[in-house]
Design a protein around this ligand. Structure first.
Ligand code: CA
Length: 424
């Protein structure tokens, strides 16, 4: 691990870059020409085209001649399992280390495989078959519970015994940079007798992370909690867009449906658990102790600093409105995966499982407008002089996340989207 900390690449990455050689996340990009999208990684501001390295035979020993990076998504690569992914990542770190001359001294190869990030477009990295959203932050669940049911019944009795979740909609998971069209739907005010139809007035974000499945499990064979990390490829930032007024009217008794299915934004780079490994935080103490099938020996709490920023059409700069941390999650990713599959439910390579809104203990660390403004009671003051209870048309939301190392960061980049008016 020490070796990883002092490692430097011949490609420059400053101390604030989310993508030094210690990271090596995976993504899918499209260059300006007519070539199809393909796999890449990043160091500093430089996108590294993995198909070039693959076609030159650098991964032959690991992939045994299998071409995986020419695919339009990462699914085939992910399905090879975490041992293969780890070997590929280490090989890339070796090839781009400042002490390695193989690529550094080959101008034509460098020219072929490197692109500046401004010249390319990042694409949805995975063909997502299934998307599930958990509800694993105790602070968030408690805050929402207090608002909707009062302090006495804030947490439902099942919450501390199992990681609550709902099956979400995979087809509307979209990549950072894609605009969000304000959804329309049924809403009903408490003082009205009948519902009305129209654009949602209470549009919100939810600060989350998500993880992708590498190798799946067979139908009928649950993934044990202490083998779960072997099935997790890596993590992204997730913004689970939520229409609170639609949600409030529709969610009883089966949970969220249209209030969530119009869009879920993810960041383009998938950061592997290997890259996050040096940034473990203290494991949360769970009380009561979970049932045996949810007792994890491993620790998967990571110290990932998360931030939400807003920019209205009247603002030049983004304004930070929340600072949270992945380490606040009560149920960890392995418990989520073990619980999801305990019935024999089969996971497939490329399935996405999101954390649920990650709120911390302080008001400044709440992960949604619902909590930050306490249902609109305490509007957020913007630097433009405007106020926000919920999101308005033209607002942009940007989420970032990173782990702080000694003189470097391992980060996720950002997930950013703009709200467009509802369609007439
Ligand atoms: Ca959510």
């Amino acid at each position: 691990m020490t070796d990883n900390f002092i490692r430097k690449s011949f490609i420059y990455a400053d101390s604030d870059s989310h993508f030094p050689i210690q990271n090596i996340p995976f993504g899918i990009f499209k260059s300006g020409d007519k070539r199809p999208s393909r796999a890449c990684t990043i160091i500093g501001d430089k996108i590294i085209d993995l198909t070039v390295l693959e076609s030159r035979g650098f991964f032959n020993d690991i992939l045994s001649g299998n071409n995986v990076f020419k695919e339009l998504t990462l699914n085939k690569f992910m399905s090879l399992g975490n041992n293969t992914v780890s070997q590929i990542r280490r090989e890339i770190q070796k090839l781009f280390d400042e002490s390695c001359n193989i690529i550094k001294d080959d101008d034509s190869l460098l020219n072929e495989c490197l692109h500046h990030k401004s010249e390319i477009k990042m694409c949805l990295p995975v063909d997502i078959g299934n998307y599930t959203d958990f509800y694993s932050s105790k602070e968030h669940a408690t805050n929402v519970g207090i608002m909707f049911r009062g302090k006495e019944n804030a947490l439902m009795p099942n919450w501390v015994h199992l990681p609550v979740a709902y099956h979400g909609r995979a087809s509307s998971v979209i990549i950072s940079g894609t605009d969000i069209i304000r959804p329309k739907g049924q809403t009903k005010n408490d003082d009205e007798q009948l519902p009305v139809f129209g654009p949602s007035k209470l549009l919100d974000f939810e600060l989350e992370t998500g993880f992708f499945i590498s190798k799946g499990n067979n139908h009928g064979d649950p993934i044990p909690v202490n083998r779960a990390s072997e099935h997790i490829f890596g993590m992204v930032l997730v913004n689970d867009w939520s229409a609170r007024d639609i949600q409030k009217w529709e969610y009883v008794p089966l949970g969220p449906f249209l209030s969530k299915n119009f869009a879920t934004s993810i960041s383009p780079w998938i950061v592997t658990l290997d890259a996050l490994e040096p940034f473990k935080a203290e494991k949360i103490k769970q009380d009561p102790e979970p049932l045996p099938y949810l007792r994890s020996v491993e620790n998967h709490a990571y110290d990932i600093l998360l931030e939400v920023k807003i920019r209205s059409e009247k603002m030049n700069e983004f304004q930070v409105i929340s600072k949270s941390n992945f380490k606040y999650l009560y149920w960890d990713i392995c418990q989520q995966l073990a619980h999801h599959t305990i019935t024999g439910c089969n996971m497939q390579s490329g399935d996405l499982l999101a954390s649920g809104t990650i709120s911390g203990p302080d008001k400044s660390s709440f992960g949604s407008m619902l909590e930050l403004t306490w249902r609109g009671q305490n509007p957020i003051k913007l630097t433009s002089g405007e106020e926000r209870k919920f999101l308005q048309d033209g607002d942009e939301i940007c989420m970032t996340g990173y782990c702080q190392g000694d003189g470097f960061k391992v980060g996720f980049g950002e997930v950013i989207s703009k709200i467009l008016p509802a369609k007439s």
